[in-house]
Design a protein around this ligand. Structure first.
Ligand SMILES: [Fe+2]
Length: 264
Protein backbone atom coordinates (compact mmCIF):
# COMPACT_ATOMS: atom_id res chain seq x y z
CA UNK A 1 0.00 0.00 0.00
CA UNK A 2 2.79 2.43 0.82
CA UNK A 3 4.24 2.12 -2.68
CA UNK A 4 0.90 2.79 -4.26
CA UNK A 5 0.17 5.59 -1.86
CA UNK A 6 3.51 7.19 -2.64
CA UNK A 7 3.02 6.78 -6.32
CA UNK A 8 -0.47 8.11 -6.68
CA UNK A 9 -0.26 11.85 -6.92
CA UNK A 10 -0.76 13.45 -3.52
CA UNK A 11 -1.44 9.97 -2.19
CA UNK A 12 -1.46 9.36 1.52
CA UNK A 13 -1.73 6.19 3.49
CA UNK A 14 -4.99 5.84 5.33
CA UNK A 15 -3.20 6.39 8.62
CA UNK A 16 -1.36 9.46 7.33
CA UNK A 17 -4.50 10.83 5.87
CA UNK A 18 -6.38 10.36 9.09
CA UNK A 19 -3.56 12.00 11.02
CA UNK A 20 -3.41 14.95 8.71
CA UNK A 21 -7.14 15.37 8.66
CA UNK A 22 -7.27 15.24 12.43
CA UNK A 23 -9.70 12.38 12.24
CA UNK A 24 -7.55 9.64 13.82
CA UNK A 25 -9.32 8.18 16.79
CA UNK A 26 -12.44 10.17 16.20
CA UNK A 27 -14.16 7.49 14.19
CA UNK A 28 -14.99 10.03 11.51
CA UNK A 29 -16.71 8.41 8.53
CA UNK A 30 -14.92 8.78 5.22
CA UNK A 31 -17.93 8.45 2.99
CA UNK A 32 -18.01 12.13 2.12
CA UNK A 33 -14.40 11.96 0.96
CA UNK A 34 -14.79 9.07 -1.38
CA UNK A 35 -16.37 10.95 -4.21
CA UNK A 36 -15.97 14.34 -5.77
CA UNK A 37 -19.28 16.17 -5.77
CA UNK A 38 -17.80 19.22 -7.44
CA UNK A 39 -16.38 17.34 -10.39
CA UNK A 40 -19.23 14.88 -10.61
CA UNK A 41 -21.76 17.70 -10.54
CA UNK A 42 -19.79 19.47 -13.25
CA UNK A 43 -20.22 16.31 -15.29
CA UNK A 44 -23.96 16.36 -14.67
CA UNK A 45 -23.90 13.37 -12.33
CA UNK A 46 -26.12 12.65 -9.36
CA UNK A 47 -23.99 13.19 -6.27
CA UNK A 48 -26.67 12.45 -3.71
CA UNK A 49 -25.55 8.88 -2.97
CA UNK A 50 -22.24 8.11 -1.30
CA UNK A 51 -20.35 4.94 -0.57
CA UNK A 52 -21.32 3.39 2.73
CA UNK A 53 -18.34 2.56 4.85
CA UNK A 54 -17.36 1.16 8.16
CA UNK A 55 -14.40 2.47 10.12
CA UNK A 56 -13.48 -1.16 10.78
CA UNK A 57 -12.70 -1.85 7.10
CA UNK A 58 -9.53 -0.65 5.30
CA UNK A 59 -11.17 1.71 2.85
CA UNK A 60 -9.83 3.20 -0.32
CA UNK A 61 -9.03 6.46 1.38
CA UNK A 62 -5.78 7.37 -0.43
CA UNK A 63 -7.78 7.91 -3.58
CA UNK A 64 -10.51 9.63 -1.70
CA UNK A 65 -8.30 12.66 -1.11
CA UNK A 66 -7.39 13.05 -4.74
CA UNK A 67 -8.12 16.48 -6.13
CA UNK A 68 -8.85 16.53 -9.83
CA UNK A 69 -10.33 20.01 -9.77
CA UNK A 70 -7.61 21.38 -12.05
CA UNK A 71 -8.15 18.78 -14.74
CA UNK A 72 -10.69 20.77 -16.71
CA UNK A 73 -8.50 23.87 -16.79
CA UNK A 74 -5.22 22.24 -17.76
CA UNK A 75 -6.54 20.04 -20.59
CA UNK A 76 -7.70 21.87 -23.70
CA UNK A 77 -7.22 19.27 -26.42
CA UNK A 78 -9.59 16.74 -24.85
CA UNK A 79 -13.11 18.01 -24.16
CA UNK A 80 -14.77 18.03 -20.77
CA UNK A 81 -17.60 15.69 -21.89
CA UNK A 82 -14.90 13.22 -22.93
CA UNK A 83 -13.10 13.50 -19.59
CA UNK A 84 -16.40 13.07 -17.77
CA UNK A 85 -16.67 9.56 -19.19
CA UNK A 86 -13.72 8.61 -17.00
CA UNK A 87 -14.84 10.52 -13.96
CA UNK A 88 -18.11 8.62 -13.84
CA UNK A 89 -16.23 5.33 -14.12
CA UNK A 90 -13.71 6.40 -11.52
CA UNK A 91 -16.40 7.13 -8.98
CA UNK A 92 -17.98 3.80 -9.71
CA UNK A 93 -14.70 1.97 -9.14
CA UNK A 94 -14.14 3.70 -5.82
CA UNK A 95 -17.60 2.67 -4.68
CA UNK A 96 -17.20 -0.89 -5.98
CA UNK A 97 -13.85 -1.23 -4.23
CA UNK A 98 -15.32 -0.30 -0.92
CA UNK A 99 -18.39 -2.43 -1.50
CA UNK A 100 -16.14 -5.43 -2.19
CA UNK A 101 -14.09 -4.75 0.94
CA UNK A 102 -17.23 -4.58 3.01
CA UNK A 103 -18.61 -7.82 1.55
CA UNK A 104 -15.24 -9.58 1.86
CA UNK A 105 -15.13 -8.84 5.55
CA UNK A 106 -18.30 -10.91 5.88
CA UNK A 107 -17.41 -13.60 3.35
CA UNK A 108 -14.12 -14.38 5.08
CA UNK A 109 -15.95 -15.35 8.21
CA UNK A 110 -17.84 -18.06 6.37
CA UNK A 111 -16.87 -21.10 4.30
CA UNK A 112 -18.32 -19.61 1.13
CA UNK A 113 -15.04 -19.70 -0.75
CA UNK A 114 -16.65 -19.25 -4.15
CA UNK A 115 -18.18 -15.95 -3.12
CA UNK A 116 -14.97 -14.88 -1.42
CA UNK A 117 -12.98 -15.63 -4.56
CA UNK A 118 -15.34 -13.62 -6.75
CA UNK A 119 -15.26 -10.70 -4.34
CA UNK A 120 -11.47 -10.84 -4.15
CA UNK A 121 -11.22 -10.61 -7.93
CA UNK A 122 -13.85 -7.87 -8.05
CA UNK A 123 -11.87 -5.95 -5.49
CA UNK A 124 -8.64 -6.10 -7.51
CA UNK A 125 -10.41 -5.07 -10.69
CA UNK A 126 -12.21 -2.13 -9.12
CA UNK A 127 -9.26 -0.93 -7.04
CA UNK A 128 -6.94 -0.95 -10.02
CA UNK A 129 -9.60 0.83 -12.07
CA UNK A 130 -9.60 3.62 -9.49
CA UNK A 131 -5.82 3.72 -9.05
CA UNK A 132 -5.09 3.77 -12.78
CA UNK A 133 -7.66 6.46 -13.48
CA UNK A 134 -6.30 8.62 -10.66
CA UNK A 135 -2.80 8.29 -12.07
CA UNK A 136 -4.04 9.04 -15.59
CA UNK A 137 -5.93 12.15 -14.50
CA UNK A 138 -2.93 13.43 -12.60
CA UNK A 139 -0.41 12.92 -15.40
CA UNK A 140 -2.74 14.54 -17.96
CA UNK A 141 -2.34 18.25 -18.72
CA UNK A 142 -0.54 20.85 -20.76
CA UNK A 143 0.98 22.73 -17.83
CA UNK A 144 4.20 20.69 -17.44
CA UNK A 145 5.41 20.11 -21.01
CA UNK A 146 9.13 19.62 -20.41
CA UNK A 147 10.58 16.17 -19.75
CA UNK A 148 12.41 16.19 -16.45
CA UNK A 149 16.18 15.63 -16.39
CA UNK A 150 16.04 12.34 -14.48
CA UNK A 151 13.29 10.99 -16.73
CA UNK A 152 15.24 12.00 -19.83
CA UNK A 153 18.38 10.37 -18.45
CA UNK A 154 16.68 7.05 -17.84
CA UNK A 155 14.84 7.11 -21.18
CA UNK A 156 18.21 7.46 -22.90
CA UNK A 157 19.80 4.81 -20.71
CA UNK A 158 17.03 2.22 -20.98
CA UNK A 159 15.72 2.79 -24.51
CA UNK A 160 18.69 4.30 -26.29
CA UNK A 161 16.78 7.32 -27.53
CA UNK A 162 13.55 9.23 -27.03
CA UNK A 163 12.42 8.06 -30.45
CA UNK A 164 12.84 4.43 -29.44
CA UNK A 165 10.98 5.10 -26.19
CA UNK A 166 8.01 6.58 -28.06
CA UNK A 167 8.09 3.99 -30.80
CA UNK A 168 7.69 1.13 -28.36
CA UNK A 169 5.14 2.98 -26.24
CA UNK A 170 2.88 3.88 -29.16
CA UNK A 171 3.08 0.41 -30.64
CA UNK A 172 1.76 -0.95 -27.34
CA UNK A 173 -0.87 1.81 -27.17
CA UNK A 174 -2.26 0.83 -30.56
CA UNK A 175 -2.42 -2.83 -29.62
CA UNK A 176 -3.90 -2.92 -26.13
CA UNK A 177 -7.52 -2.64 -25.04
CA UNK A 178 -7.13 -0.94 -21.69
CA UNK A 179 -4.01 0.72 -20.40
CA UNK A 180 -0.42 1.48 -21.29
CA UNK A 181 2.03 2.15 -18.49
CA UNK A 182 5.56 3.43 -18.30
CA UNK A 183 6.83 1.94 -15.10
CA UNK A 184 10.00 1.66 -13.10
CA UNK A 185 10.74 -2.00 -12.52
CA UNK A 186 12.30 -2.55 -9.13
CA UNK A 187 13.08 -6.10 -10.29
CA UNK A 188 15.04 -5.00 -13.36
CA UNK A 189 16.04 -1.52 -12.16
CA UNK A 190 14.99 0.15 -15.37
CA UNK A 191 12.11 1.86 -17.11
CA UNK A 192 9.67 -0.56 -18.69
CA UNK A 193 6.58 -0.34 -20.87
CA UNK A 194 3.66 -2.63 -20.37
CA UNK A 195 0.13 -2.94 -21.62
CA UNK A 196 -3.07 -4.13 -19.99
CA UNK A 197 -6.24 -5.45 -21.55
CA UNK A 198 -8.06 -4.98 -18.26
CA UNK A 199 -7.47 -3.15 -14.98
CA UNK A 200 -6.26 -6.31 -13.29
CA UNK A 201 -4.44 -8.09 -16.07
CA UNK A 202 -1.11 -7.66 -17.82
CA UNK A 203 0.91 -5.63 -15.37
CA UNK A 204 4.11 -7.33 -14.19
CA UNK A 205 4.89 -7.29 -10.51
CA UNK A 206 7.45 -4.93 -9.01
CA UNK A 207 6.79 -2.20 -11.56
CA UNK A 208 5.83 1.21 -10.19
CA UNK A 209 3.71 3.22 -12.65
CA UNK A 210 5.16 6.56 -13.69
CA UNK A 211 3.04 7.46 -16.71
CA UNK A 212 -0.42 6.00 -17.28
CA UNK A 213 -2.29 6.15 -20.58
CA UNK A 214 -5.93 5.12 -20.89
CA UNK A 215 -6.63 3.51 -24.26
CA UNK A 216 -10.11 2.21 -23.54
CA UNK A 217 -12.57 3.43 -26.17
CA UNK A 218 -14.36 5.56 -23.57
CA UNK A 219 -11.16 7.63 -23.39
CA UNK A 220 -11.41 8.99 -26.93
CA UNK A 221 -14.60 8.03 -28.81
CA UNK A 222 -16.46 11.31 -28.24
CA UNK A 223 -13.59 13.51 -29.41
CA UNK A 224 -11.82 11.25 -31.88
CA UNK A 225 -14.28 8.57 -32.96
CA UNK A 226 -12.30 5.51 -33.98
CA UNK A 227 -9.16 7.59 -34.59
CA UNK A 228 -7.09 6.21 -31.74
CA UNK A 229 -3.89 7.48 -33.33
CA UNK A 230 -5.25 11.03 -33.17
CA UNK A 231 -5.98 10.60 -29.48
CA UNK A 232 -2.50 9.22 -28.86
CA UNK A 233 -0.93 12.25 -30.55
CA UNK A 234 -2.93 14.55 -28.27
CA UNK A 235 -2.00 12.51 -25.20
CA UNK A 236 1.66 12.68 -26.14
CA UNK A 237 1.37 16.48 -26.19
CA UNK A 238 -0.59 16.56 -22.91
CA UNK A 239 1.72 14.86 -20.43
CA UNK A 240 2.57 16.49 -17.13
CA UNK A 241 6.23 15.60 -17.12
CA UNK A 242 6.74 17.17 -13.71
CA UNK A 243 4.36 14.61 -12.26
CA UNK A 244 6.24 11.82 -14.04
CA UNK A 245 9.57 13.12 -12.73
CA UNK A 246 8.26 13.20 -9.16
CA UNK A 247 6.91 9.67 -9.44
CA UNK A 248 10.25 8.49 -10.81
CA UNK A 249 12.10 9.99 -7.86
CA UNK A 250 9.75 8.22 -5.48
CA UNK A 251 10.11 4.96 -7.40
CA UNK A 252 13.89 5.17 -7.25
CA UNK A 253 13.72 5.76 -3.53
CA UNK A 254 11.65 2.60 -3.20
CA UNK A 255 14.00 0.68 -5.49
CA UNK A 256 17.03 1.83 -3.53
CA UNK A 257 15.40 0.64 -0.34
CA UNK A 258 14.44 -2.71 -1.81
CA UNK A 259 17.83 -3.34 -3.35
CA UNK A 260 19.88 -1.87 -0.54
CA UNK A 261 22.17 -0.10 -2.96
CA UNK A 262 21.86 2.91 -5.26
CA UNK A 263 20.40 2.05 -8.65
CA UNK A 264 21.07 5.40 -10.33
FE1 LIG B 1 -10.85 5.63 -18.43
Amino acid sequence: MSVVANWVEQGLSRRDFLKQSGALGLGLGLSSLLSFPGLAAACGMDTSSKAKNSSEIPLLSPLGVQDFSGLKDRVSKITWPQLCQHIGLYEGYVKKTNDALTQLATARTTSDYSTARTLQLNHSFARNGAILHAAYFNNLGEDQPTIGPLTAKLIARDFGSEAAFWGELMAIAKAMRGWVIVGYSTAENRLVHHGLDAHDGGSPLASIPLLVLDVYEHAYMIDFGTNRAGYLDVFKASIRWGVVEDRLKQALAVANTLNHHPVV
